[in-house]
Design a protein around this ligand. Structure first.
Ligand SMILES: Cc1ncc(COP(=O)(O)O)c(C=O)c1O
Length: 273
């Protein structure tokens, strides 16, 4: 059976040679024939698609993200791999940190490029600052505030559904694209006494860039952390983490920053850390 499968794959590779890069497919066919003889315990054959070079067409991306990546950034991804303990790696990591400090306009030491999506940074920010039993206030004027509220509601739950004390999540709700005045925010902070207040800077589901001036001061006055999502806005609209007293800020690589998806820059100041 296995031999038949490998022989079939080798045949496919030979057929691919006619239509594709002939030397590549011919080499692959030879490899498959060798596998046919040596890997008798393998029951799943290599898929024929693995014999084709990867094709990604050029598309103009006009949504909030992912966005087109400039050639300089694409070329940087083709650099050789080095070890995570090599001195050059530490230098590269420090350069990346300095770059994020610049785009966030912050001097926070705890500034990193997390591996993951914007959602990963969102979860990281909420789960590292709120404990079960504590209060969280979330500005909901589109899908991203609602997403954060849902994440915060899981604090204190467990996979086995043994419910302990959970976080108390309070939503300030506006119609999609609606705007919260600083007065409304202060009233809600006074009422719910949250340890964390969340706001989306660029609400991509509704097309709103929310002003953040003065909100950090309100949060400090009430001993609350100010968390801002700039996944869709950083690089497109100004933000000044330190000057605007933002305690935790995160973004995504794949939107206005024009980098490949998979990196989530995030920064915590000393109040949050
Ligand atoms: C404002 C905002 N926050 C968070 C996210 C989630 O980012 P990701 O898709 O990288 O998980 C998005 C994605 O569109 C977004 O626009």
């Amino acid at each position: 059976m296995q031999r038949a499968l490998f022989s079939r794959s080798a045949l496919l590779a030979q057929q691919a040679a006619a239509a594709l890069d002939a030397p590549l497919a011919a080499r692959s066919a030879a490899l498959l024939l060798r596998l046919d003889r040596s890997m008798s315990s393998v029951s799943i054959p290599p898929p024929a698609c693995m014999l084709r070079p990867l094709e990604a067409p050029l598309r103009y991306l006009f949504g909030p993200g992912p966005s087109n990546v400039p050639p300089r950034i694409l070329a940087a991804q083709g650099r050789p791999i080095i070890g995570h303990m090599h001195p050059e790696m530490y230098e590269i990591m420090n350069d990346i940190k300095r770059g994020i400090q610049y785009i966030f306009q912050t001097e926070n030491n705890m500034t990193i490029a997390m591996s993951g999506s914007g959602h990963a940074a969102m979860e990281c920010a909420v789960f590292n600052t709120v404990e079960p039993g504590e209060s969280v206030l979330v500005g909901v004027n589109g899908i991203w505030g609602e997403r954060v509220a849902e994440i915060a509601e899981r604090i204190g739950t467990s996979l086995r559904k043994v419910l302990r004390t959970r976080a108390n999540v309070h939503r300030m709700v506006k119609a999609p694209g609606g705007y919260f005045s600083n007065k409304e925010i202060e009233q809600a902070v006074e009422k719910h006494k949250p340890v964390l207040f969340f706001l989306t800077h660029g609400e991509s589901s509704a097309g709103l860039c929310h002003p953040v001036d003065g909100i950090g001061d309100i949060c400090r006055k009430h001993n609350c952390l100010f968390l801002v999502d700039t996944v869709a806005s950083l690089g497109a609209a100004p933000i000044f983490m330190d000057k605007q007293n933002i305690d935790i800020l995160y973004t995504g690589s794949q939107k206005a920053l024009n980098a490949p998806p998979g990196t989530a820059p995030i920064s915590f100041n000393d109040r949050a850390w």
